[in-house]
Unconditional design. Sequence first.
Length: 408
Amino acid sequence: MWRLPKSDLKLRLTLRIIAVSALCFAATSAYLLYDAHRSAQARMDRVADITAREVALQRSKMDWVRGLDMAFPDLQMIATTLMSPGMCIAYRANRGAIVQRFCGGTQPGDTDFPGWFGVLYPGIDGGAVKPVTFRGEKLGDAVVWMDPTTLTAQAWQQAGRLIVVMSFALPLLTVLVHAALASLAETLGRALTERNELTRKLIVLQDEERRFIARELHDELGQNLAAIRALAASASQTAQSDCPAILAECDSISRTATQMMESLRGTLFRLRPPDVEELGLAASLEGLVAGWNGRSRGRTRFESRLSGEFAQLPAEFAANLYRIAQEAITNSSKHADATHVVLELTLRAEQIALTVSDDGQPPEREPSRTGMGFLGMRERVATLGGKLTFDPGRSRGSTLSVIIPVVS
C-alpha cells in the first residue's frame, strides 16, 4: 500500500515552543536571582558605609568631649536600626581582630528552601568592608556580611514564586500548544490530501490528453506522411520514363517524408509510452533506454541498472514512475549535452529509489525555473508521497534522485 507517511512536524514544533518558553522562564528566573544578589550586595555596602561613618562619628565625640565615658565602638544602636535577618555587623581593628559583632536572628521559616535550589544558588561569598578613618588615619574596618543560608532562602522567596508558576504553566502551555498544532496539522493534512488528489487528477487528464494527441498525430499526420511518401514513390517511377530531370526531387521528397515519419514515431513514443501494465515497469524502462540508444546513434550512451522485484507495484504508481524516468532522461539528453546517462531503479523493503545521472553540463539556473518538465516530475513525486532532489555537479555531471517510501 502506497501512502504519504505521517510527519513529526507537530511534535517538533511543540518541543521548540516549549523549549523557547522554558528558556524565557529560565532567563527571567536567572535575572531575578541576579537582581536578588545585586540587591543584597548593595544593602551590605550601604550598611557597611553607614556603620563606618557612625563609628568614625563616635570616635570624634570622644575627642571633642573630654572625659566622656563611652564604649568604643558601640554598634548596638546601629545594629538595632539597620539589622536584618541573617545579617552580621562587626568592627575589625587594624590588627585584624574582631572587636565587636552583632548578628541578626532568623525565624524558622526564614531558612527554608529546596535542596536543589541551594545547589544552584549557593548565596554570596564574602561581604562588604568599609574603612573607618579619623583625622586621616585608619582606625579599623566596618564589616558586614550575610548568612549564606538566609540569603539563599531570601532568593528562593523572590524567585521561587516564578519557578512554581513555571512548573504549572509549562505543562499547561504544552497541552494548549499541542492542541492548537493538532488542529493546524489536521487542517494542513486535509489540504495536502486534497492537493495531492487534485494533482493526481490533473496528471491523469494530462496523460489522457497526451494519448489523444498521439492518436490524432498517428491518424492524421501519420497517414498524410505515408500518402506523401507513396505519391513521391509513384512520381519517381513516372519520372524514370517520362521526366528524368525531376527524379532527384522525387527521391528528396520521399526521404524527407521518411525522416518526418521517424521523428513522428519518436514523438508518439514520448506522448504515448508502451503499456506499463502489460509489459511491466522493468521491461518498459529497458525499452525506453534502448529507444534512446537507437535514436542517439552513438552520440550518447544510455544505461539502465534495475534491482528489485517490480511486478507487485500498482499500475498507476508504475506509470508515474515511468513518466518521471522518461522526463529525467529527456532532460539529460537534450539539455545537458551528456555522453553517458545512467538510470538506476532500486526497490527495497521500505522505499524505492530512482536515480538518473549524467556527465553533461549542469544547468546554470535551478531546474524548477527552466521549464515545465521538472515541475511535472516534482508533482508526480508529490502525489506518490516521495521526495525529489537535484544535485548539479561543480564542473560536469548532475544527478536527479527520487525517493518514495513503501508503507505496508
